[in-house]
Design a protein around this ligand. Structure first.
Ligand code: ZN
Length: 309
């Protein structure tokens, strides 16, 4: 069993409109844009990062906005809900704020004994806020959001699967333990994790396969401290029979990727070097940053991308 994985590092999704996505995460949810760059594999598309003030692993939501792509079809083999942790007592503030902002899909409930407020992102993305006691993470301070309500980082992601068994087995190998069951949902927890250390597995035997599009989570990334730990995880995952990529330089972290039995794409990303690598921490996310291999395209890229601010 692996011991290096700390919880989630980031969640990466697809959107149809860069400006709507940017406004939703910065203004509505009060997160900080910590990086404005491009998709390293398709540099005419943004890669936008929203997180706490420092871009701490476990708080980082990232987006590829592909202009005008069709919405996804919900189904099996995808990430369903991405949930954020907020302090106990914060949900009434959020219910009122999100309703005022015209956010769709608002629904209050409870899961595993914790109050939950579900809502949708600009492309019908499934999100939730969960009242989470004892979360010591420091939130970003945004206009109009009191410190005692602000988002701390991810609480969990829920995977929607035809058969949760192989995914549960993989997560146990990655260091997670089964913590609770609620109907068709199993919660796995990484003990002593980084706050974003819960994964819910939802069995939906009869569901059609999900189809990727706007509002889809493209992949989820798990955090490891550094490249040595990542190399060990890579060897172990490969030895289990998974087809894992080499360690890839993503400028702000190193990444490996592999497809899981349930169809969800997993990444393992390093906590180092982080988002202050090429920007003053006081000005994260303001300038368009390009990786060295695409720096010569700056003029063309700047002409193509829609301005955000
Ligand atoms: Zn990623």
């Amino acid at each position: 069993m692996l011991t290096a994985i700390e919880g989630l590092h980031h969640v990466t999704s697809m959107a149809a409109d860069a400006r709507a996505t940017d406004a939703f995460f910065t203004r509505t949810l009060g997160l900080r844009r910590v990086k404005k760059t491009v998709n390293f594999d398709a540099p005419d598309v943004y890669h936008l990062y929203y997180a706490d003030g420092a871009g701490t692993p476990g708080s980082v939501m990232t987006y590829f906005p592909f202009p005008h792509i069709a919405r996804r079809r919900r189904g099996a083999g995808e990430v369903a809900t991405t949930a954020y942790a907020v302090p106990p007592g914060a949900l009434p503030f959020w219910a009122e704020r999100l309703a005022r902002e015209g956010v769709e899909g608002l629904a209050s409930g409870e899961r595993f004994g914790e109050p939950v407020l579900a809502f949708e992102g600009p492309d019908g993305d499934e999100f939730a806020l969960v009242e989470t006691p004892g979360d010591a993470r420091t939130p970003w301070q945004a206009d109009g959001i009191p410190e005692d309500a602000a988002i701390r980082g991810f609480h969990s992601v829920a995977l929607r699967l035809k058969d949760a068994t192989p995914e549960a087995e993989l997560l146990r190998f990655m260091g997670y333990e089964e913590a609770a069951r609620d109907g068709t949902v199993t919660r796995l927890v990484r003990a002593g994790g980084n706050g974003a250390h819960r994964i819910d597995l939802e069995s939906v035997a009869g569901a059609p396969p999900a189809r990727l599009g706007a509002g889809s989570v493209h992949h989820i990334a798990f955090a490891v401290p550094d490249r040595d730990a990542q190399a060990e995880v890579r060897r172990a995952i490969a030895a289990e029979g998974f087809n894992v990529t080499p360690q890839i330089d993503r400028d702000y972290f190193w990444a490996i990727y592999f497809r899981t039995p349930g169809g969800v794409l997993f990444e393992v990303a390093t906590d180092e070097p982080g988002f202050a690598r090429d920007e003053d921490p006081a000005h994260l996310g303001e300038a368009l940053k390009l990786p060295a291999q695409h720096a010569h395209l700056r003029e063309r890229i700047e002409r193509q991308l829609v301005p955000l601010d």
